[in-house]
Design a binder for this molecule. Structure first.
Ligand code: PHE
Length: 341
């Protein structure tokens, strides 16, 4: 019996060692350890072993089984590791290979400029006030020192919804709402859409403005000029300077039209600046005392400045767009060229 077991063990171990696949290993297991396997068959002969020899033989059977099982386990682990290795190799991808670029959209140029303006003024400490597109005649005109029969009303062709309500023609309407809260000092910007019955290459019935309003003790036109100089350098370029020209708005006194030195020709005169070296970019001024008083602000102590930036105008200048319609037609051939990074 002992020899038989020894022979089984040797035969099993050598077969296992020679085997080159997982499937064959399984066949060997069945052939030796299975229900009808060789070792099992030998065990059936135990009944013929003398009782005193049985523990000894039993031990040898166990040892034989363990030897076969442990070599099987070892080999199986080896083949499985090898299988995995082969799979990793086959599925390997080169992560350093250049990928196909996915098409990526841009923010609309108007949004880009608006965000840029918000960043610039935000860094100067301005807060944001968002007004409404439908306004009353009072906030859009009367409270801004433009009563019903005022000739300045002709400056802006208005869409009236009723005698009282209209589509705001200027973000300046927001100035009154902010001042009415009674909180001082004030340092706000107010971006938003405005509407005028106006339509040509540089005007659209709907466009975007950004209002700025500062009210504090001792504010003068110099503060406005200083702040605008910082602003134009940031939005156009370091070399750009500003120039103020007298103008008229009912809600500012004095009022100015702000020009920037031409960032294309550096002021020598070119097509963009129509040979003048200057480009008009916004309207501004010192807040008219009448407007402050209307909002119960003590003009002995407080004064302010306001400005209104046309966002489309800045976008057209910055990106060299000559027709405002291009900003509203959503033509991807145009919009794709104005990348937002
Ligand atoms: N609201 C004026 C406009 O739309 C611009 C402006 C704003 C002028 C603030 C002065 C002060 O033309």
């Amino acid at each position: 019996m002992k020899e038989k077991l020894e022979a089984i063990k040797n035969s099993a171990l050598s077969q296992i060692k020679e085997t080159d696949s997982l499937e064959k290993l399984n066949d060997i297991r069945v052939a030796f350890l299975g229900k009808k396997g060789e070792l099992t068959e030998v065990l059936k002969g135990m009944k013929d072993v003398a009782p005193e020899d049985r523990p000894k033989v039993g031990q040898i059977v166990n040892e034989t089984r363990e030897a076969i099982e442990s070599l099987l386990a070892e080999r199986i682990a080896m083949f499985e590791a090898e299988k995995l290795r082969r799979r990793y190799k086959a599925e390997k991808i080169d992560v350093t290979m250049p990928a196909k670029k996915a098409a990526r959209g841009n923010l609309h140029p108007i949004t880009q400029i608006k965000n840029e303006l918000i960043d610039i003024f935000g860094s100067m400490g301005f807060e944001i006030y968002e007004g409404t597109e439908i306004e009353t005649d009072h906030y859009n005109f009367t409270a801004l020192n433009t009563p019903q029969d005022h000739p300045a009303r002709d400056m802006q062709d208005t869409f009236y919804l009723s005698p009282e309500f209209l589509l705001r023609t200027q973000t300046s309407a927001g100035q009154i709402h902010v001042m009415e809260t009674g909180k001082l000092p004030i340092k706000v910007i107010s971006p938003g859409k405005v509407f005028r019955s106006d339509d040509d290459a540089t005007h659209s019935p709907m466009f975007s403005q950004m209002e700025g309003l500062v009210v504090d003790k001792g504010i003068t036109l110099c503060d406005l000029k200083g702040m605008l100089d910082v602003f134009v350098k940031k939005i156009f370029s370091e070399e750009v300077t500003t120039r103020l020209r007298p103008s008229y708005f009912p809600f500012t006194e004095p009022s100015v039209e702000v020009d920037v030195s031409c960032f294309q020709c550096g002021g020598k005169g070119c097509k963009l600046c129509k040979g003048t070296g200057w480009i008009e970019v916004l309207g501004a001024g010192v807040v008219n005392k009448k407007v402050l008083e209307g909002c119960n602000i003590d003009t002995e102590v407080y004064s302010g400045f306001a400005f209104g930036i046309g966002i489309e105008r800045i976008a057209m200048l910055k990106y060299g767009i000559n027709n405002i319609k291009l900003l509203f037609e959503s033509d991807l051939r145009v919009l794709d060229q104005i990348d937002d990074n």
